[in-house]
Design a protein around this ligand. Structure first.
Ligand code: ATP
Length: 300
């Protein structure tokens, strides 16, 4: 095989509950991931060494050296296989960079699936999940897709059944927010307030809304403990969220660590209209309609 293509989705967190800061610097999370139909495409071609090229409008914001998560994933897979394999990775990037939609993790997951196939390794999903967990806490979910709850640092995953398709609008912001700085701001705000941080708990009403496919109930149960920190670092996001609510979004939240704003729509037509209204009124410079859940990293 000389070339392999994998499609891999972005995610939104429909619940992100962040526990107290641990001694090791991480937080215990209850993190409900939901994969949505904004995709990066990772092509892996035969080569002597491991390289990456990024295409698309986000290309200039992504490193192409050893800091690229797709390169790190390919190297980790080659190490696991015990051989010095090569691959030229070409990524068509549609997932916003540093947008809270796990774009880098998606590329890492895509590289794992693509190189497993290109190199004829035939590793089972469990092995890829294990390597993914070492690469970053969002990478296993990018492999899995669908809807799933992550506990621990977010990397211990259980799939959640969903009773239907949900329709979304995503408004990426100009300029990303670093995940580490948003967690840091969250810790700082909590310290200043002095309030006791509760242990994170899965929201039963949210689970029920997902299970029955009830978009109205899902909209009123969306939650993100990082949102206040993201809004403190990027105050303009508050008016984008408000504009979405005024245009009938069933729920409006910052996606993960932001700054992408996520709006839950009633159906596909409403999502299209909402995306149009957000851009026409200048509340967002771009807005993309998408649906979920969708499959994780998939060979095409
Ligand atoms: P998350 O939602 O998982 O917290 P994010 O969506 O906010 O992450 P990413 O798009 O994954 O953020 O990018 C975070 C940083 O990782 C970027 O600033 C970029 O420099 C770096 N990076 C490394 N490899 C990649 C890649 N393949 N795609 C995107 N960013 C990458």
């Amino acid at each position: 095989m000389s070339s392999v293509t994998v499609r891999v989705p972005a995610k939104v967190n429909v619940q992100l509950s962040v526990g107290p800061l641990r001694e090791d610097g991480y937080h215990d999370l209850v993190n409900v991931f939901h994969a949505v139909s904004i995709f990066d495409e990772v092509v892996a071609k035969e080569s002597d060494s491991i390289t990456v090229q990024i295409n698309g409008k986000w290309a200039d914001q992504v490193p192409t050296d050893d800091n690229n998560l797709a390169i790190q994933a390919a190297r980790a897979l080659a190490k696991h296989a015990g051989r010095s394999y090569g691959a030229d990775l070409v990524i068509q990037k549609d997932i916003p960079v540093a947008g809270g939609m796990a774009g880098g993790s998606a590329d890492a997951a895509g590289a794992l699936v693509a190189c497993n196939e290109l190199w004829g390794l035939g590793l089972p999903p469990e092995d890829l999940m294990e390597i993914a967990g070492d690469l970053g806490s969002d990478v296993p979910f990018s492999l899995l897709g669908g809807t799933a709850v992550g506990t621990g640092r977010g990397e211990q995953l259980s799939e959640l059944p969903t009773g239907g398709t949900f329709h979304w609008v995503f408004a990426p912001a100009n300029g990303g927010l670093s995940t580490a700085s948003v967690y840091g701001e969250c810790d700082r705000l909590r310290e200043v307030s002095g309030a006791q941080v509760p242990w994170p708990q899965l929201n039963d009403s949210l689970m029920e809304a997902l299970g029955t496919g009830d978009a109205y109930a899902l909209g009123s149960n969306l939650s993100n403990d990082l949102q206040t920190a993201a809004l403190t670092l990027r105050p303009s996001l508050a008016s984008t969220l408000d504009a979405g609510r005024q245009h009938g979004a069933l729920g409006a939240i910052v996606s993960g660590s932001g700054p992408t704003c996520a709006f839950l729509a009633i159906d596909a037509t409403h999502a299209r209209d909402l995306a149009q209204s957000l851009t026409a009124t200048g509340a967002a410079h771009t807005a993309v309609a998408a649906h979920g859940p969708v499959h994780g990293a998939t060979l095409i």
